[in-house]
Write a protein that binds this ligand. Structure first.
Ligand code: IVH
Length: 677
């Protein structure tokens, strides 16, 4: 039965009102005040619910419905501007089926059977802006506002480096309106927040809010200090006509000095769109900026014209959203975990929630200050963020949604594991258990670290097994690992004779190691893999390092006074020296390197870059091979790079190497080259 003319039932009308009120409220929080209280995904759900009610019961649809609007009313502090052409919004697709339906709709409307060509671009998570150029000179910058009128933010956009004040070349139209997104790259966002924390100021929940807040500054010198970028994605009003399809127009904009997404691509048909979506979703976490989906646009401008618009969005474009990175859930409890260095981390136990593509039930609350800053209590509704492989975290409390039984979180004064006093050193945000290796938690973590892949690489000795071994009292310190018997191991849960033998073999193999791995595995504070390597190379032997004074330690690459003190202190402590001795007695050994010989290694002075995936070994392993021959291994390609080892999937780094005429080796060539040395 169709609901076309049917009077909607009372409960539907009521729900419709409720949704309208909620959406209007959240619109204001988001667009006007830069203080969203709910995650975008929650907003999208409310929006979609209202939209489908209106579709099912057309009498419910009014012109003032939030589904018919584009943004929010402009702020009053800025002058308002009338857009020459309205700045529209985009329809969303949340699944492959939505995308297929979109593509089908267009083909039907165009009465065409051939595949359509789509331009694909990331959907940047920032603020839409319009930039008006007259005779090549930036005349006005404006926000989208409600789509018809926006705010004049010319002074602010003028401070953004990626926005040309004057267009390059001379083939631009007399009047050109460029549209795009201003956003804050992830790195800049983190740094901005870190500075804010250091000064005790309010921090931004996510890069989008930070970008919005930065643009809404009445004082443009504040904007100028914020790391903002603008990417152009469309044109608005143009005097005359630009040549070519949408993607070509974007490249033309690039020629005039704009930044255009390096991910811009043109594909055929909906399958092309879905492939593009899948490959960018894979790389999402590694991108320098937040994106919340892909925008697909019909590439041909004449076809765009034929398709036209519906109320708030073009028919020829759609945003295929990624799984949300922020969701609402309830904070059920807080537990305190003790790390390898005694650092006490409050961990939020959450009502399980699907976010960033996985179900999350734990999130970090960092430290005591963070709990205070968030003003969070047990029982609160909170926003959880999980971006890529980053540890999920609680980023905000949802106001007004919190029940009666909220409970204050009390930070422990004694270690929850060993009962030792918890200390917070001056100037440090972290509280630490003062128990050292007396603390079972710290001991367990130290042993897990020792066994880990980058350290002693003891195959099969995972976290769970370490916990069992310590819990059963079979080991107290790392050296005890090497005296375990087959029976002891085989007797443990989920272990048998076979796995016990395997572990013993792995322990045996791990005895032969390198000085740098050994140093790293000791878990000296602030001594990561790179520092361990530098220390090993500089001193060449453990004895020399143990005897080194602070001054000598500071001679080593990347070792400053703080690290030097940690290293020095470590080897001053008797129990540490005993642990090292015990390991040597247990048969752990390595080849000492004569530091002088470093210069004579075949690849001394050469810098290598590894990129793409390797088939016969991990990149870490390849790196070790290179380091052992005296090469340096860098993360990025520059004029100083001597050679790039590129496996399948290599992209930008390989391209840059080609451009700079740097030697490129595939894996097979690399292997035979290494063998020839
Ligand atoms: S095209 C008429 N392309 O998404 C077409 N929009 O929900 C209008 N956005 O307000 C937009 N990245 O702020 C387009 N590559 C992209 C985009 C993009 C982000 C934003 C834009 C717009 C919103 C629509």
């Amino acid at each position: 039965m169709s609901n076309q003319d049917q009077q909607p039932p009372a409960d539907v009308v009521a729900r419709c009102h409720e949704l309208t009120n909620q959406l209007n409220y959240h619109n204001k929080q988001y667009y006007l005040l830069d203080q969203p209280e709910i995650p975008d995904a929650e907003y999208d759900r409310l929006f979609q619910e209202l939209k489908s009610l209106e579709q099912a019961f057309p009498p419910l649809l009014t012109e003032s419905s939030p589904t018919q609007r584009v943004g929010a009313l402009p702020l009053t502090e800025f002058e308002t501007v009338l857009h020459e052409m309205p700045m529209l919004s985009l329809d969303n697709a949340f699944s492959a089926e939505d995308m297929q339906a979109f593509d089908k709709r267009l083909k039907e409307r165009l009465k065409q059977a051939d595949e359509l060509e789509y331009s694909c671009e990331p959907k940047f998570d920032g603020i839409a802006v319009s930039l008006l150029y007259r005779d090549g000179v930036l005349e006005r910058g404006a926000t989208r506002g409600d789509g018809t009128t926006g705010e004049n933010i010319t002074q602010n956009v003028r401070t953004i480096g990626s926005i040309p004040l004057r267009l390059q070349g001379d083939d631009y139209p007399a009047v050109l309106e460029v549209r795009g997104e201003i956003f804050m790259p992830k790195r800049g966002f983190e740094q901005l927040n870190q500075r804010a924390i250091a000064r005790g100021e309010k921090i931004f929940v996510n890069p989008r809010n930070a970008a919005a807040g930065s643009l809404r500054q009445l004082d443009s010198t504040v904007t100028a200090r914020r790391p903002l970028v603008m990417c152009a994605y469309n044109v608005g009003y143009v005097e005359g006509e630009l040549k070519g399809a949408h993607a070509q127009i974007l490249l033309q904009l690039q020629g005039w000095g704009f930044v255009v997404s390096e991910e811009l691509s043109v594909v055929d048909g909906v399958q092309g769109c879905l492939n593009y979506y899948a490959q960018l979703e894979q790389r999402r976490a590694g991108l320098a900026y937040d994106i919340d989906g892909i925008v697909f646009k019909v590439n041909s401008i004449p076809l765009q014209r034929r398709l036209g618009f519906v109320s708030r969005a073009p028919r020829w474009a759609i945003a295929h959203k990624f799984p949300a990175q922020e969701e609402i859930t309830r904070l059920n409890d807080v537990e305190f975990q003790v790390g390898r260095t005694g650092a006490i981390t409050p961990v939020a136990r959450l009502e399980p929630v699907f976010v960033g593509g996985v179900t999350v039930s734990n999130a970090t609350l960092h430290n005591r200050d963070e709990i205070q800053r968030l003003g969070v209590r047990i029982g609160d509704s909170v926003i959880v963020r999980r971006a890529g492989d980053v540890i999920p975290k609680v980023v905000a409390v949802v106001p007004g949604k919190n029940g009666e039984n909220r409970r204050e979180i009390s930070f422990p004064e004694h270690c929850p594991v060993c009962g030792s006093l918890v200390e917070t050193l001056e100037g440090e945000a972290v509280a630490r258990c003062s128990g050292g290796l007396v603390c079972e938690a710290q001991r367990k973590e130290a042993i897990k670290h020792f066994a880990s892949r980058q350290a002693m690489d003891i195959d099969g000795l995972g976290d769970k097994l370490v916990e069992q071994l310590v819990d059963e009292g079979l080991i107290h310190q790392v050296a005890d690992l090497f005296t375990l018997s087959c029976e002891q191991i085989a007797g443990l849960e989920r272990m048998g004779l076979k796995s016990a033998e395997n572990l013993l073999r792995a322990l045996d193999v791990s005895r032969e190691t390198t000085l740098s791995r050994f140093l790293f595995s000791l878990g000296i504070r602030e001594v990561g893999q790179a520092t361990a390597r530098n220390l090993a190379q500089y001193f060449g032997s453990l004895e020399k390092l143990v005897q080194a004074e602070i001054e000598a330690l500071m001679e080593v690459d990347d070792v400053g006074p703080v690290v030097a003190h940690f290293v020095h202190d470590f080897f001053q402590q008797d129990n540490n020296l005993k642990a090292v001795e015990a390991l040597k007695t247990a048969g752990v050994h390595w080849q000492e390197i004569d530091p002088v010989e470093q210069q004579d290694l075949p690849l001394a002075g050469k810098t290598y870059v590894l990129t793409g995936s390797l088939e016969t070994m991990t990149r870490d392993h390849a790196k070790e091979l290179l380091l052992a021959k005296g090469a340096k291994v860098a993360g990025s390609v520059s004029a100083k790079t001597h050679c790039v080892v590129a496996g399948p999937g290599a992209g930008a780094k390989r391209a840059k190497a080609e451009k700079l005429n740097i030697e490129i080796m595939d894996e097979a060539t690399f292997l035979s080259f290494m063998e020839s040395l």
